[in-house]
Design a protein around this ligand. Structure first.
Ligand code: OXD
Length: 308
């Protein structure tokens, strides 16, 4: 059946995506969106403007080529369109690698050793106790569950906090607001993988981070707006927190004058913890799009009301 797909992804080189989508869906007409283009049936998007959706009222499906849909859901979307996000598509293992390296770097004092080596010093520090280094993972979706299990494979005690109960081998479950404070008080490292919604915005703040075990460490790989920047800085300066690894920021790129760039206890990376892998993503999008065309249900549908 003929169908038209429009591609509208900012900061993404379109040609390889267009070629890949055309090869995977030879029956479709796949075009790079331009203002005034004729209506399409499906859209592949990343951070489109409102104008795009205003001009594409007939869309049946919107494929977001990232894990988070918070920016998309701020827009007025075509009434009939379902929103589909990438599920794993090679991102879960990357996220697990990234978080495990950050946890292990802190646990094994690798930053301190690297600084000593740069200074020509051959020094030893007492090893930390693994039992004394519980890691709390907030958000146990596809990425969070993979991260929690990777940490558990390294034999860290792992706490998992989710809105609804999730049973994961090796992960101590904490559920909902009722168990949030217990979750924080039982964790020394906090890894944020929550979706950004009105309920989770600013969730990493003075009160919540202040409840972590002393010498706490924060890893934010979800969205910058989860974190109150000033509260993190205050808790680092007071010594309650030992450090942070941040991959996401309220404004990206991180403005040059932002204190996170130079803070000695903060490691930053430029939103690179889990990159979208083009071939895997195209295969996933093509499979789901064909299933939708056949009237079948697909996994990874976004609940627009819930926000993820
Ligand atoms: C995201 C992504 O949603 O990079 O942040 O996929």
């Amino acid at each position: 059946m003929f169908m038209k797909i429009t591609f509208c992804c900012i900061n993404t080189k379109p040609e390889p995506w267009l070629a890949g989508l055309r090869a995977a869906l030879p029956q479709a007409q796949v075009e790079l969106w331009q203002a005034g283009a004729s209506p399409a049936d499906y859209a592949v998007v990343w951070a489109p403007q409102q104008q795009f959706f205003d001009q594409q009222p007939q869309l049946k499906g919107i494929f977001n080529i990232g894990a988070g849909v918070d920016a998309l859901l701020k827009l007025r979307l075509p009434p009939r369109a379902v929103v589909v996000r990438l599920e794993d598509a090679g991102m879960a293992v990357q996220m697990a690698e990234y978080v495990c390296q950050a946890v292990v770097r802190q646990f094994r004092d690798l930053e301190t050793y690297a600084a000593d080596v740069r200074a020509g010093q051959w020094t030893f520090y007492p090893p930390r106790q693994r039992d004394d280094f519980p890691v709390g993972v907030m958000g146990l979706g596809v990425l969070g569950a993979r991260v929690a299990q990777a940490l558990s494979a390294f034999e860290f005690p792992v706490n998992g906090w989710s809105r609804t109960a999730k049973a994961l081998h090796g992960v101590r479950p904490f559920v909902g607001t009722a168990q949030f404070h217990d979750f924080l008080a039982s964790s020394r490292v906090l890894v944020n993988l929550l979706p950004l919604t009105p309920e989770t915005s600013n969730i990493l703040n003075c009160d919540t981070l202040g409840r972590l075990l002393p010498g706490g460490y924060v890893i934010n790989v979800a969205r910058g707006a989860h974190l109150v920047d000033e509260d993190l800085l205050a808790l680092l300066d007071s010594g309650h927190l030992a450090g942070a690894t941040l991959d996401v920021f309220r404004t990206e790129p991180l403005p040059p004058a932002h204190p996170f760039w130079r803070h000695p206890k903060i490691t930053i990376t430029p939103h690179t913890s889990a990159r979208t892998l083009r071939e895997t993503s195209i295969a996933q999008i093509a499979g789901k799009l064909m299933a939708l065309q056949r009237g079948e249900s697909v996994a990874g549908l976004v609940d627009v009301g819930r926000g993820y």
